[in-house]
Design a protein around this ligand. Structure first.
Ligand code: F6R
Length: 366
């Protein structure tokens, strides 16, 4: 049932090129020039008059939500807030009738997320669910939504569900932006083209496995890790750190790279591995100065860059190269090496990768 893989997690990491195809199937026209989610098409008026979008989720799904915030604000020009379901539900939040609440949940059974959805329903907001498990409680409690269609996720650490959630959020942002005419036709075409290249690019990234396995050997005994990213890669840094801590039990923190100088940089010395995402995007130059700040304090930097980048190589200790893709889609590609790094470190430490201690696949307690 693990399809020849030693763990479900590795199988699910390797399934991603296929699960992205399943996720976009039927949502992009055969010519590859248009995308529409039926849940958006059937409720166009709600999206057109939305005053605000509130995204509620937990854990990895919350990280996907942060990427959704960036996508929706940039492309649709609708203000977005991202909330931990467990905080939102106990805060007596302001929810207006023309707000849309988007909820993300792989299992569709997370107790806090379900309670947040019920609270939002009672306030009269339109609720859009992005779930994996068909017919799950959260899927049933929403007004509309989209399944991510990535198939059962068995490993407790979420991998293919995360990239599926991000893919649906990209399609949702594109669908709404087109309706609102808030995206240029050029950007719409580029993003849609690049989205269809993602499975192929993921195949290429999976070939880095041996290289990442070797890198993992060097860092297996590290006690701490810092993950840095900016812009679209900031939530990816949070997710990279979460993957590492939950399956290897190594303490890891994700930070927006520029926040380091406001405190956490005090942690940096030659014993501190720092994974820095410095891909070709609008904040590349800024990220480079943050990497220099880390190197000046002798931190060990593993940089993830866009292929062909020689400048960062001169500056840091290790480099992982990923293929070039539109900035807004980089999270889909860059997440894979981070999943693989966490996986190999956890395997080296003999951890129970698919069933990490203290965790459950569906968190049905508050
Ligand atoms: C981390 C992980 C958890 C879940 C969280 C929400 O790898 O799996 O952080 O993302 O418990 O679960 P769902 O998405 O099922 O609501």
């Amino acid at each position: 049932e693990k399809g020849g893989f030693p763990h479900f997690m590795l199988k699910e990491i390797y399934e991603q090129p296929r699960t992205i195809i399943d996720c976009i199937r039927g949502r992009i026209n055969p010519e590859g020039t248009d995308v529409i989610l039926s849940g958006v098409r059937d409720h166009q008026d709600k999206f057109l008059k939305a005053g605000r979008i509130i995204i509620v989720a937990c854990g990895t799904s919350w990280h996907a939500g942060l990427i959704g915030e960036h996508l929706i604000e940039e492309l649709c020009r609708i203000p977005v807030e991202v909330e931990y379901a467990s905080e939102f539900r106990y805060r007596n939040p302001v929810i207006r009738p023309n707000d849309i609440v988007i909820t993300l949940s792989q299992s569709g059974e997370t107790a806090d997320t379900l309670a947040a959805v019920e609270l939002a329903r009672n306030s009269g907001a339109f609720i859009y669910g992005i779930c994996n498990v068909i017919g799950s409680s959260i899927a049933r409690a929403t007004d509309s939504g989209s399944y991510i269609h990535v198939g059962p996720e068995i490993g407790v650490a979420s991998t293919k569900a995360f990239t599926g959630q991000v893919t649906v959020l990209i399609m949702l942002a594109l669908s709404v932006a087109k309706l609102k005419k808030s995206i240029s036709p050029e950007l719409y075409t580029t993003m849609l083209h690049d989205l269809q290249q993602i499975p192929q690019l993921m195949e290429r990234v999976l070939k880095l496995d041996t290289e990442i396995c070797d890198l993992a050997k060097i860092f297996t005994y590290a006690h701490n890790f810092i993950y840095l990213g900016r812009g679209y890669n900031y939530p990816v840094a949070l997710e990279g750190a979460l993957k590492l801590k939950e399956i290897s039990y190594i303490h890891a923190e994700g930070y927006p790279a520029a926040e380091m100088k406001h405190g956490p940089i005090a942690l940096i010395d030659s014993e501190m591995p720092v994974v820095a995402i410095a891909t070709a995007d609008s904040v590349y130059e800024k990220t480079i100065s943050n990497i220099q700040e880390i190197k000046a304090r002798r931190g060990k930097v593993i940089a993830i860059v866009t292929e062909g980048n020689e400048d960062v190589r001169k500056m840091v200790d290790y480099v992982i190269e990923i293929p070039r893709v539109d900035e807004r889609l980089i999270p889909l590609v860059v997440s894979l090496p981070l999943q693989m790094l966490a996986y190999h470190i956890a395997v080296n430490k003999n951890r129970d990768v698919d069933r990490p201690r203290n965790l459950a696949k569906s968190v049905t307690v508050e």
